[in-house]
Design a protein around this ligand. Structure first.
Ligand code: CDV
Length: 340
């Protein structure tokens, strides 16, 4: 059987520190228009799409920090005045969207969040980033330096790795079963643990938005003179593709992964690499530019069945009695050196 679905990674290029949301939303809506013209049913947008990637800045002005968060619930079209124009457009064009944003709850907690809002404007899935990279303290307080302050600015996600059905896509993929969808945000894609929790829920389609800095020697712990910027970009792209393709394959799922890319403020380069990956780990479509771009492919949700029923038939082959350390230990504990 073929459960075919046309999907897109909506890559978004340079957004500066002062770029207003309205300007960003006009660009996102142009991508939605392109998606509708190509009969795309689901478009996946990057992490913190409505603003620049603000955790990179050392900011002391609380009003500026607060300005990067959506304070009304992004729960479908009836809320979130600040970004409503985007969800209205998606609903008008009948496209499901998965999109990342800074979330501030009514209790004042802040998360790095992605919502899956279907074509009727209903939020059917919500994910809060669990693996927050970087530091609590800045590498430098000088402007122009790329920090990574997610640990300071966000609380770790508390919604788990919860897969959900997307019933609005059931008819579109011509089957009697809605796709099973999961979401991760950026750094999460490097951690096999989250992928496997989704794999254990039978995930068929992963949506992953990201902002991956192309030049961050302090974050990586390398000597800046050991690599050119071009080599660093290539290395960041290699690792991005490596984890995306490997984890899609080992969990037998399709993947749509979407970059915020470009050189923000002319100072902070981010890699591109938006792509659609099939459940065997092959790239079926990828970006060709470093700016706003729609990457489109037809995927077959039933193609997941080969891996799920054979090589990665979890029920037949997994040995959970051997995996205890994964859930009982966080850091590394090395074996003792044997006595001489
Ligand atoms: N936004 C991210 O989570 N970025 C991380 C790194 C570059 C800090 C990533 O894993 O791509």
């Amino acid at each position: 059987m073929v459960r075919q679905l046309r999907v897109a990674a909506a890559q978004v290029g340079r957004i500066d520190r002062g770029t207003p949301r309205e300007e960003v939303i006009a660009r996102l809506n142009a991508l939605l228009e392109q998606a509708a013209a190509q009969k795309v049913k689901l478009a996946v947008f990057p992490e913190t799409t409505f603003t620049t990637f603000f955790p990179r800045y050392w900011m002391e002005d609380e009003a500026e920090i607060a300005s990067y968060f959506e304070t009304e619930p992004v729960e479908g079209i009836s809320h979130c005045a600040s970004v409503k124009a985007f969800f209205d457009k998606a609903m008008e064009l009948s496209i499901d969207v998965a999109i990342g944003y800074g979330e501030e709850t009514s209790e004042g907690r802040r998360y790095n969040t992605a919502s899956y809002v279907d074509s009727s404007g209903r939020t059917v899935g919500k994910y809060r980033k669990i693996h927050l990279p970087g530091t609590f303290e800045p590498f430098s307080k000088e402007q122009g330096v790329t920090n990574q302050l997610e640990k300071k600015l966000f609380a770790p996600g508390d919604l788990g790795f919860t897969a959900f059905r997307a019933p609005s896509l059931r008819a579109a993929c011509g089957g009697d079963k809605s796709p099973i969808v999961g979401q991760l945000i950026c750094n999460d894609r490097r951690w096999a643990e989250g992928w496997r929790v989704y794999g254990l829920q039978g995930v068929e389609l992963m949506c992953v938005g990201y902002n991956t800095t192309a030049w961050a020697p302090q974050l990586w712990g390398i000597d800046p003179s050991s690599m050119t910027r071009e080599e660093a970009y290539a290395d960041a792209m290699f690792h991005h593709k490596l984890v995306c393709q490997a984890n899609a394959y080992t969990n037998s799922t399709s993947l749509i992964t979407s970059a915020r890319c470009g050189n923000d403020d002319g100072l902070h380069p981010l890699i591109s690499g938006s792509m659609i990956v099939d459940p065997e780990g092959h790239i079926v479509a990828e970006n060709t530019t470093e700016g706003d771009e729609l990457v489109v492919a037809d995927i077959d949700l039933d193609a997941c069945q080969q891996g799920k029923s054979k090589t990665f038939a979890f029920a037949k082959h997994r040995r959970i009695e051997m995996y205890g350390l994964i859930c009982s230990q966080t850091g590394v504990v090395e074996p003792e050196e044997p006595a001489e």
